[in-house]
Write a protein that binds this ligand. Structure first.
Ligand SMILES: Cc1ncc(COP(=O)(O)O)c(C=O)c1O
Length: 356
């Protein structure tokens, strides 16, 4: 195994752009911190891990990721606590999920030491980019792509793994309107729906564009076979409170991304002795529950939004209004609790946060 601590070489930027950053005008995903981490895979090993000033890459137009889609990514956030220390939330879950994506896409695993050392050293260098303002964080984007310079459908022999970071303000401030998708599919059994393969996001763009034109923020995907069962939303897993039970689609079909926030919210619900059901959920069940008043809450959970309350579910041309819970509702309490854990403002009984 590579002794990454010793081997990461560092080239510091001569022109920090931090002074240009303004939390008030921040657009998510548009600004990038001063540095980036990269390493290349060849002959069965990762080589030359390094941190360099953020900037363009020079590549052959023939690299196989551009043509045949061997490209995967991850997403997580760093926050500052009241002392100004940088905290990251369950980073090893991202490393494990990245390797599950890599396995399915025939790509090499990224070892824990390279992932963690690259991440922590990068964040130490760019800690000023972790804004402490209310609702702000630093979004972290690890990604890997195939770099063989070769046209032909086969597994690449060489890869690049990188981490870039982007300062983020609050994500969805208002509750979201979601459309149940009954024509197009994002994932199917036997496919790659459970991975963060870049192609999963490419296929979602057209149906999402149509939903946006109809006034919805995002889609609730349904199963590809019958469009009968709820899967997940664009960048979030979905959860419902029906009666006194927290219900969410099970991961067993392998068509749904196993979200870190999903797991965290389920763990919090278990800690609070809430009844939980992870199972298949039909769209009709949610519509019936809305009609008979037993649907108390509907919300999406994901790194970007933490918890996004769903105010409307559009299904077959009808909009169904969902109650937005008050401060006693499960989703509001879970959102506040999770945010406090991420920011080091409450006891972290599961040791989820890591100080860097
Ligand atoms: C398709 C999809 N589902 C769910 C999620 C939520 O996952 P997580 O909570 O790990 O951010 C994301 C975001 O990464 C996503 O892209």
């Amino acid at each position: 195994m590579l002794e990454a601590t010793k081997l990461i070489s560092i080239e510091q930027t001569q022109h920090s752009r931090i002074a240009e950053l303004d939390a008030k005008t921040l657009v998510f995903g548009k600004h990038f911190s001063d540095h980036m981490f990269l390493t290349e895979y060849e002959d069965g090993k990762w080589h030359n891990p390094r941190i360099v000033p953020f900037g363009n890459l020079s590549m052959s137009p023939s690299i196989s990721a551009l043509h045949y889609g061997q490209a995967i990514f991850e997403g997580m956030k760093a926050h500052k606590n009241e002392k100004g220390e940088v905290l990251i939330f369950r980073p090893l879950e991202n490393q494990r999920r990245m390797n599950a994506s890599a396995h399915r896409m025939c790509m090499p695993a990224i070892p824990e030491d390279i992932f963690m050392e690259g991440l922590t050293q990068l964040l130490r260098m760019d800690s000023a980019w972790v804004l402490a303002d209310e609702g702000c964080s630093l979004y972290i984007r690890p990604f890997m792509f195939a770099i063989d310079e070769f046209l032909g459908v086969r597994t690449s022999n060489t890869y690049r793994f990188m981490i870039i970071t982007s300062p983020a303000g609050p994500y969805y401030k208002d509750p979201v309107k979601l459309k149940v998708e009954t024509e197009f599919a994002r994932a199917f059994e036997g496919g790659v729906g459970y991975t963060k393969a870049a192609g999963n996001y490419g296929v979602s763009l057209y149906p999402t564009k149509l939903a946006n034109e109809q006034g919805y923020h995002q889609i609730i995907w349904t199963d590809a076979r019958e469009h009968k069962y709820i899967e997940e939303a664009g960048m979030m897993n979905v959860m419902f409170v029906i009666g006194d039970t927290l219900v969410t689609p099970a991961l067993s079909t392998q068509t749904i991304l196993p979200g870190k926030t999903r797991d965290s919210v389920l763990t919090i619900a278990r800690d609070w002795n809430m009844k939980i059901e992870e199972r298949r959920i039909t769209v009709q069940e949610i519509i019936d529950a809305q009609k008979n008043g037993s649907l108390k809450e509907a919300f999406g959970v994901g790194t970007a939004a933490t918890v996004a309350h769903i105010s409307v579910i559009g299904f077959e041309g009808t909009d169904y209004a969902i109650p937005i819970g008050d401060e006693h509702s499960f989703s509001k309490r879970a959102a506040i609790h999770l945010t406090k854990i991420r920011k080091g403002q409450t006891e972290d009984i599961h040791n989820w946060t890591m100080k860097i």
